[in-house]
Structures are given as C-alpha cells and as structure tokens.
Design a protein around this ligand. Structure first.
Ligand SMILES: Cc1cc2nc3c(=O)[nH]c(=O)nc-3n(C[C@H](O)[C@H](O)[C@H](O)COP(=O)(O)O)c2cc1C
Length: 192
C-alpha cells in the first residue's frame, strides 16, 4: 500500500475562501468567526468574599502546567470581575456540568445580574483560599493569583493551584458555535 501525501480534498473546498484583506478589523472578524468553531468547556470563575462576591462565565480557562500546578484564565479589562480579582488575589474555577446552564447565564450577566446576585439559587462552599466553589460542578480548582498580566483588551491571570477536587461522573457543558451544548459522557467508567 502506498500513502499519498496529497490531500484528496482541495483546501479551497474544505475551508471558507474568505481572506483578511481589509486590515485588522477584517482580520479580527475572521478570527472571531474561526473561534466560534472551537468547542470549549464552560467554567464559572468566582472571586471575593460574601457578600461582596462577583465572577464571570469563561471559556478561556487552560492549564499552564501540571507540575507546578498552574491555571490560566483571561479576563476582559472592562469586566466587573477584573479589578475584583486583582483586589482579592484569589479565585476559583468551576467546570460546569451540563445541567448548570442557568449558572452560566447568571455569570455572563444575562438579565442584568451583577455581583452577589449571580450566586443566588446555587449551592456554594469554600476550599483553601476562601473563594466560592460550586457544588455539583464537574470539578473545582481553588487558586491564588501568581501573576496578573495586562495585555490588550484582557488580562491573563495565572493562578497557583491550592486545591482541586473532581466529581466522579457527570456530563459537561460546552460552548460551540455561539451556543451552549451538553456533552454527554459516553463512558462514565472512564473518569478516573
Ligand atoms: C460562553 C461564554 C464565555 C465567556 N468567556 C469569557 C472569558 O473567557 N473571559 C472574559 O473576560 N469574559 C468571558 N465571557 C464574558 C463574561 O462572562 C461576561 O462578559 C461578564 O460576566 C459580564 O461582565 P460584568 O461582570 O462586567 O457584567 C464569556 C461569556 C460567555 C457567554
């Protein structure tokens, strides 16, 4: 059997032929359109102490390194959580389960909810840092801020992980092509 290095699908046919010919606005538009195709897990980032908590829904969560345990999230500099994060120095990342879509809406500011009001109707506890962790989430990661890097419209927050806990089962909430989508676990036994 011989392997062909030539793709059987012409690239022009496989991808939209749209090009960023109109400068940075057009490039940003194309970039944003491309990002809609990146399926992401949905998290809620919490910060502050009751009754002065706030937080936001985020897809920009990523692990920076496992050893040492570091987590990254990007926060918009205009968001109410930006300065709150900087002030508190700690945060928690909660990976939402498929049935927590209402919490995703609340923390994205849907319906005009702000600050502490976003926490209503869900059960919260704390681990090490004092930031709120969401009961029923797929996992909770508690962190203190190691570095806050202001860059363009956002700040990159690097968190030193203080504690992490995971559920033994559950379906994930994802965001893909501009909408929330449940991701149903095909094999719950695969969860370590
Ligand atoms: C699916 C989804 C993902 C989001 N991801 C991020 C993110 O990674 N970083 C961010 O700063 N805002 C993100 N946002 C927007 C914030 O959730 C929202 O703007 C913020 O909570 C509202 O700002 P406010 O606190 O000033 O009202 C996302 C929103 C949605 C719906």
């Amino acid at each position: 059997m011989s392997l062909s290095l030539v793709s059987p699908v012409p690239l022009q046919a496989a991808f939209s032929p749209k090009r960023a010919v109109g400068g940075s606005d057009a490039l940003s538009h194309d970039f944003k359109s491309a990002l809609r195709h990146l399926a992401s897990g949905v998290s809620v980032i919490t910060t502050g102490l009751a009754p002065h908590r706030t937080g936001f829904t985020a897809t920009s969560v990523s692990s920076l390194s496992v050893d040492p345990a570091r987590i990254i999230v990007s926060v918009n500099r205009h968001s109410s959580s930006h300065d709150a994060l900087r002030r508190s120095g700690v945060f928690a990342v909660n990976f939402l389960s498929a049935d927590q879509i209402d919490i995703a809406h609340a923390f994205s500011g849907f319906g005009g909810l702000k600050g502490e009001a976003r926490y209503a109707g869900a059960e919260w506890s704390t681990l090490d840092s004092g930031a709120s962790v969401l009961e029923g989430a797929l996992a909770n990661i508690d962190a203190e801020i190691e570095e806050f890097i202001d860059r363009h419209s956002h700040s990159i927050v690097i968190g030193r992980v203080l504690a992490a806990r995971s559920a033994r089962s559950g379906d994930a909430l994802t965001y893909w092509r501009g909408r929330y989508d449940p991701l149903i676990a095909s094999d719950s036994a695969a969860i370590a």
